[in-house]
Design a binder for this molecule. Structure first.
Ligand code: ADP
Ligand code: MG
Length: 349
């Protein structure tokens, strides 16, 4: 069942500025996690605020659990508190003068005192903070505050939870741990979630579906593997991982490039010119004095060595090699491409 549905949602902040969201349409199935991924300013927060009801769309329609909560044509706008949506903000937005227990119970004012106490205890247990109910936010670490924010959003048992870059204030170790924990909680409670991030690894790790946004437009929505291996646009290709593009000519034998001939999987017209996406994991090389490529730079990444290879045409490709494979700059090599997922885009002339 579709739990969230957006149809051509456009939001402008000023007539002379490009829209913050531009005809957005997507669906999130019940119990699933969607990551909205994109660079700063692409409209991620605005999208969440529109769904939560803090903003009103200029065009389009939003439905949650089958109910229209916003419709620009019909002038429908359901108030945020009536949408059954929980929100976790980037800065957690905890109330500093309330205890952790009071923070978590904040959205439960309509339930009885005893019910509220039981529910607060239940969600604090869920996020592993049972002993912290009487403390104040400033007495907690960043990771603990983040968990309180998640507990507060989950307390009213929302049908949908929205998380705006929830891990961006945490350091790398804690971020990975929190992201696993939050995912576990969302899955365990069957909560549908949309979370926003500019970090592609984070989106890939947590989400069932990833939507890539650029300048308010949704470039592609799909499973993480599809987004990575079959990006719909060059923007998506480059945003979700390292990508080089080599010119290719479509022939009967396949797509001929400087480093190999690849299958014409996209069915491009014979004789046409295309750009072939090459990922570092598609390219290997062997040292060869007669090789046509030259190592121009090695990036030691710990778990891998990333090499930049200069080709005779002046184009460059990157090659991911094991951590132990160290070769010097200037070495002549013979590149070999093993492209499983051949992705091509029309040549830009
Ligand atoms: P993201 O969260 O992806 O960084 P935002 O949704 O915050 O992007 O912003 C998208 C665009 O809309 C930006 O150009 C931003 O400056 C603009 N914008 C967002 N909120 C407002 C607002 N309240 N008033 C004016 N412009 C805004
Ligand atoms: Mg934002």
């Amino acid at each position: 069942m579709a739990l969230v549905h957006l149809e051509h949602v456009t939001k402008r902040f000023g007539a002379d500025r490009p829209p913050a969201t531009d005809g957005l349409s997507f669906t999130v199935e019940s119990g699933r996690i969607l990551a909205l991924l994109g660079p700063s300013g692409c409209g991620k927060t605005t999208t969440l605020r529109l769904i939560a009801g803090f903003e009103t769309p200029d065009q389009g329609r939003i439905a949650i659990a089958g109910r229209t909560v916003a419709d620009a044509d019909r002038g429908i706008h359901v108030a945020p508190e009536a949408r059954g949506v929980g929100v976790v903000f980037q800065d957690y937005a905890l109330f500093p003068h309330l205890t952790i227990g009071q923070n978590v119970g904040f959205g439960l004012e309509r339930t009885s005192r005893s019910e509220r106490r039981a529910r607060v205890a239940q969600v604090l247990d869920l996020v592993g903070l049972t002993d912290f109910a009487e403390r104040y936010p400033h007495e907690l670490s960043g990771g603990q505050q983040q968990r309180v924010a998640v507990a507060r959003a989950l307390a009213p048992a929302p049908t949908l939870i929205l998380l705006d870059e929830p891990f961006s204030n945490l350091d790398a170790d804690l971020r990975a741990q929190m992201r696993d924990e939050v995912e576990k909680i969302l899955r365990a409670t069957g909560t549908t979630a949309i979370f926003v991030t500019h970090d592609q690894e984070e989106a890939f790790t947590i989400a069932d579906q990833v939507g890539v946004l650029d300048q308010g437009r949704l470039e592609q929505v799909g499973a993480p593997e599809v987004i990575y291996h079959n990006p719909a646009t060059p923007f998506v290709a480059e945003f979700v991982g390292a990508a080089d593009f080599l010119p290719g000519l479509v022939s009967r034998e396949g797509i001929v490039t400087e480093i190999g001939v690849f299958g014409n999987l996209n069915g491009r017209a014979l004789g046409s010119r295309v750009r072939v996406m090459i990922r570092p994991d598609d390219v290997t090389f062997v040292p060869d004095a007669a090789g046509e490529a030259v190592i121009v730079r090695r990036y030691f990444r710990g778990s891998e060595n990333l090499y930049c290879l200069d080709l005779p045409s002046g184009h460059r490709v990157h090659s991911s090699q094991p951590s132990s494979a160290a070769f010097p700059n200037g070495l002549r090599v013979r590149p070999e491409a093993h492209v499983l997922h051949v992705v091509t885009f029309p040549a830009t002339s």
